[in-house]
Ligand binder design. Structure first.
Ligand code: TXA
Ligand code: MG
Length: 316
């Protein structure tokens, strides 16, 4: 089993030796390895059981280190970086040739991000290479938001998990890139679209729900909770389901099913809290003895857009 601890030197030593480590970020936990070492990258794909056409994000702790990986940093990227890094924003930029094709699945752009977690920033400061880190879940499962989640799912396959507590944001980073100078959002996540637009003006949202391996990005059923999930009016839908074998994910209301079968994202209707709880809610449903999950969309604003996106994918 993986050892869990907060020993940064130990994590650094394992990474320097080409092995992988579970790391905390403010969004979700990552499965990290040396982004410039093909052996380490292969190990990440292998541990996650992830197809190699699905590229990885490179994590660094400074803009200077981003500049080492990319051909140029466009003005809008610089503005967004100044505003949101360290933080839950990933930017796709044209990669330098020395960035391994294995990291980007052969694409011309590399995804880069400065995460905002003190332990991981310290770790990144103590090594001289970027960390490739997808979410630390088996491919096709929900992302982990605690060290325990990582241990439950990947503990047998990795030597160490750096424990940084529960993730503050709870949703993966927002991914953006540029097409003909225009900012495109490829994944809704922890940085609000409204906040990005306040910096660079109107953006285009292109969250393709593709199941085509040739189109990396977001695969259609990426957040599969392992049960059928129906989105709609919960009270209405509950009429045609047996409450004793039905799970419910509601925004703030309590519904009449056993406590073990229900998850309330935020009793006070607070969207940040709902974002922190969405993946634990899906996990709870996975553990419950139910046949079906009834869920509802949250208000489609701010982080609500990303929460609804994850619910939609979980129902696909
Ligand atoms: O918050 C996050 O972004 C977390 C933490 C650990 O940083 N990481 C994360 O990684 O969510 P992952 O691998 O689970 O999701 C990254 C997504 C994938 O859907 C991948 O296809 C896309 O980013 N991606 C990565 N590099 C890309 C590239 N060069 N071009 C297009 N899409 C890319
Ligand atoms: Mg993921």
């Amino acid at each position: 089993m993986a050892e869990i601890g907060s020993d940064i030197d130990k994590a650094a030593a394992i990474l320097k030796a080409g092995d992988v480590v579970g790391i905390p970020t403010e969004t979700v936990y990552g499965l990290a390895g040396n982004a410039l070492n093909e052996e380490a990258i292969l190990k990440i794909y292998h541990v996650k059981n992830r197809p190699k056409f699905d590229p990885l994000i490179a994590h660094v702790d400074s803009i200077g280190k981003v500049a080492d990986l990319v051909k140029e940093i466009p003005m809008d990227a610089q503005k967004l970086a100044d505003q949101f890094w360290p933080g839950p924003l990933t930017i796709l930029l044209d990669k330098k040739p020395e960035v391994p094709d294995l990291l980007t699945s052969g694409l011309d752009r590399v995804a880069v991000r400065i995460p905002n977690h003190p332990l991981t920033l310290e770790l990144l400061g103590s090594i001289d290479f970027p960390l490739a880190a997808p979410s630390a879940n088996p491919f096709g499962y929900v992302s982990p938001t605690s060290a325990k989640h990582v241990e439950d799912q990947l503990g047998k396959k990795i030597p160490y998990i750096l424990d940084g507590g529960d993730c503050r944001v709870g949703l993966e980073s927002t991914i953006i890139g540029f097409e003909e100078g225009e900012v495109i959002v490829y994944r809704l996540g922890g940085t609000k679209v409204e906040d990005i637009e306040a910096v660079v003006g109107k953006v285009k949202i292109n969250v393709n729900m593709s199941s085509n391996p040739a189109a990396p990005g977001m695969l259609k059923s990426h957040y599969s909770p392992g049960r059928k999930l129906i989105i709609g009016d919960i009270v209405e839908n509950l009429k045609s389901h047996d409450p004793s074998t039905t799970g419910i994910i509601s925004f703030k209301d309590i519904h009449n099913v056993p406590e073990t079968n229900r998850a309330i994202l935020s009793p006070s209707g607070d969207m940040d809290e709902a974002a922190r709880n969405i993946f634990s809610a899906l996990r709870k449903m996975d553990q419950a003895h139910i046949n079906v999950i009834l869920a509802e969309f949250v208000p489609n604003e701010g982080l609500g857009k990303a929460i609804n996106d994850r619910l939609r994918r979980a129902s696909a």
